[in-house]
Design a protein around this ligand. Structure first.
Ligand code: FES
Ligand code: FES
Length: 169
């Protein structure tokens, strides 16, 4: 017998009221109930990172969370990030560097890159690699992905000119 409960969940600043089987994962809510298909269902068991979203600002595997577990915590998907100016450096870098091949892993990498650069804006390449541990690319396009990640890091660094501008009243 399946147990169902009401759940109110905020995704990309929009509040949704759903009635769900308790076993429903966050990824199932996003893809199957809210039609947000940016987070991909690949391994569906916490091994690849293709389903990564932000939960209360932290990158998490949506396939490994029950929807009921994110009650009260804001969820942001790649669709939500795509509308934010702060995500622009990551988006532009992945486009400019052709940061992937089939693109199936790209949303997860992009969300994780954004979260890493928010937390560690001056991270070294090695630190960024560590931040992306747990993300797999089945096309083995890691060179292009890391080129995009490094480009994103460069794009969000203030140039000396803009740094000067920011200190001005
Ligand atoms: S689909 Fe969630 S970690 Fe692979
Ligand atoms: S580009 Fe195909 S899985 Fe990464």
């Amino acid at each position: 017998m399946a147990y169902r409960s009401a759940l109110s969940i905020t995704v990309n600043d929009e509040l949704h009221h759903l009635e769900l089987d308790h076993r429903t994962t966050l990824l199932e809510v996003l893809r199957d109930h809210l039609d947000l298909t940016g987070a991909k269902r690949a391994c569906d068991r916490g091994e690849c990172g293709a389903c990564t979203v932000l939960v209360a600002g932290q990158p998490m595997y949506a396939c490994q969370l029950l929807a009921m577990q994110v009650r009260g915590r804001a969820v942001v998907t790649i669709e939500g990030l795509a509308t934010q100016e702060a995500f622009r450096p990551v988006l532009d870098a992945f486009v400019a560097q052709d940061g992937g091949q089939c693109g199936f892993c790209t949303p997860g990498f992009a969300v994780a890159t954004y979260a890493a650069l928010q937390r560690l804006p001056e991270a070294s390449v090695q630190e960024l690699r560590w931040e992306l541990v747990g993300h797999l690319c089945r096309c083995n396009a890691y060179d292009k992905i890391m080129a995009a990640v490094q480009d994103a890091s460069r794009r969000q660094q203030p140039t000396s000119a803009t740094a000067v501008m920011r200190t001005e009243p």
